[in-house]
Design a protein around this ligand. Structure first.
Ligand code: ZN
Length: 211
């Protein structure tokens, strides 16, 4: 998808990274609209939708979202536009076992790749927190991005211990997570580390079976 993006809009990823919506607003081929309510459409898990039936194709983004969530959502919807307007990408989608789920996951990964530095090699939860503060990406986007680069499990947990994102299905916590929630400070042990990010806990576990 990054290659298709670059073919159609050379150098676009670099311009999209700091301010995706500002950049997209200057593209005549696509319209971006902030809306009060989610109007349905592509059935995205993010609070936005893609409307290929409109001219030009339109990305609707929830106005109530934070600045970071808006940026992520706009790029996720741009991902749908690429998938639906590029034959090879479209074919790839329909080879997947569950095309809709595949599209959603790939659009999330695409948004994270645009927002976060491609060359970075995060290794720890501290690295993921640093990427968050250096970018316009949401915590979830940072975790998606990190999970593409870190072997093991990357998770986002709220202050009450609820798992909001985990790169491994069924992840529900670990002794490390419980220690971080108890102490309200960053912790690390042989299994990995956990670091706080604006009231949320980012967790990297290197040992897959530690939950
Ligand atoms: Zn979607």
């Amino acid at each position: 998808m990054l290659a298709v993006l670059d073919r159609r809009w050379p150098g676009a990823a670099r311009r999209l990274r700091p301010h995706p919506i500002v950049e997209l607003a200057s593209w005549p081929e696509i319209r971006v609209r902030l809306v009060e309510e989610q109007l349905g459409g592509s059935g995205c898990a993010v609070s936005g939708s893609y409307h290929p039936e409109l001219t030009p194709p339109t990305l609707l983004i929830g106005r109530s979202l934070s600045h970071r969530r808006r940026a992520f959502t706009a790029l996720h919807e741009l991902g749908h536009h690429l998938q639906q307007t590029d034959v090879a990408l479209g074919e790839r989608t329909f080879e997947a076992e569950n095309p809709l789920l595949f599209q959603e996951k790939v659009c999330d990964a695409f948004a994270a790749e645009v927002l976060l530095p491609a060359s970075a090699e995060p290794r720890t939860a501290q690295d993921v927190v640093a990427a968050y503060f250096d970018s316009a990406a949401s915590r979830e986007a940072c975790c998606v991005w990190a999970s593409q680069r870190i072997r093991g499990t990357v998770a986002l947990v709220d202050g009450a211990g609820k798992v909001l994102f985990a790169s491994r299905r069924g992840f529900s916590g670990s002794p490390l997570v419980r220690a971080a929630l108890r102490s309200r400070s960053a912790v690390s042990d042989a299994t990995g580390d956990a670091a706080w990010c604006d009231g949320y806990l980012i967790v990297v576990l290197h040992v897959a079976s530690s939950a």
